[in-house]
Design a protein around this ligand. Structure first.
Ligand code: ADP
Ligand code: MG
Length: 238
């Protein structure tokens, strides 16, 4: 689904160049649930932005579902982004004085979708994230975990194949963090491919694969074999 070969990203600010991604190679299969870890400044967000077609690489190849991304014009990139990818951010990015429902409807409003369809889709998405009884609440009337679930509902309205979440639990307490992780797990079980940036090992270990960045390079790529872990636990109990 995602294939990245020899990807480089260099930011140029006047005379200073920052080599944020260095010859990154990665394959992500449909249905994976992957955590991206690594210290601050190691290139995680840069990588997510390139994968999400929000920013272009300086060199290298990025193939998303058989499309060579760097060859596409901006309008086609925007179309792929809107159709295939849902974004979730640390800071929720909700409009404060408007209801959960309207927050979820907003991107569809910009896309020119009719009011009736918009409302229907937004209600379905809020139902899916377990907020069917909170649709008229404003962000400040919701807990952190509920706010992030509204943001996830907003990311879900176009049925994206991929969710990219950059530190989605960075502003949440442990209970809300678990709420959000349980929701990601459910969505992944329904077939959505999920990439989540996190600092916390405990969160990373709830996914199926952990990669780790250091200084713009992937220094670790580990598959987590859940079945084996469970069997091991059973044998210890026995
Ligand atoms: P992370 O998300 O792992 O904290 P980033 O991808 O945000 O790391 O940053 C990687 C490197 O690129 C850092 O050195 C950062 O300062 C630099 N960087 C990120 N965005 C920009 C930008 N827009 N312009 C210049 N340098 C940037
Ligand atoms: Mg970052």
């Amino acid at each position: 689904m995602i294939s990245v070969k020899d990807l480089n990203k260099v930011y140029e600010n006047g005379s200073i160049a920052v080599h944020a991604l260095k010859s990154v190679n990665l394959e992500v299969k449909e249905g994976e649930f992957m955590a991206i870890t690594g210290p601050s400044g190691s290139g995680k967000s840069t990588f997510m932005n390139v994968i999400g077609c929000l920013d272009g690489a300086t060199s290298g190849i990025y193939i998303l579902d058989d499309e060579k991304i760097e060859d596409l014009p901006d309008n086609e990139l925007a179309e792929i982004r809107n159709r295939k990818i849902g974004f979730v951010f640390q800071s929720f990015n909700l409009i404060p004085r408007t209801s959960a429902l309207k927050n979820v409807e907003l991107p569809m409003m910009y896309a020119g979708i009719s009011g009736r369809v918009r409302k229907q889709k937004a209600l379905e998405a809020l139902e899916k994230v377990g907020l069917g009884d909170r649709v008229e609440h404003k962000p400040n009337e919701l807990s952190g975990g509920q706010k992030q679930r509204v943001a996830i509902a907003r990311a879900l309205v176009n049925n994206p194949a991929i969710i990219l979440a950059d530190e989605p639990t960075g502003n949440l307490d442990s209970k809300s963090t678990q709420e959000v992780m349980d929701l990601f797990k459910k969505l992944n079980e329904e077939g959505v491919t999920i990439l989540i940036v996190t600092h916390e090992q405990e969160i990373a270990e709830q996914t199926n694969r952990i990669i780790s960045f250091l200084d713009g390079e992937i220094i670790m790529d580990k598959i987590i074999e859940k079945e084996k872990l469970e069997k091991k636990d059973q044998s210890i109990e026995a």
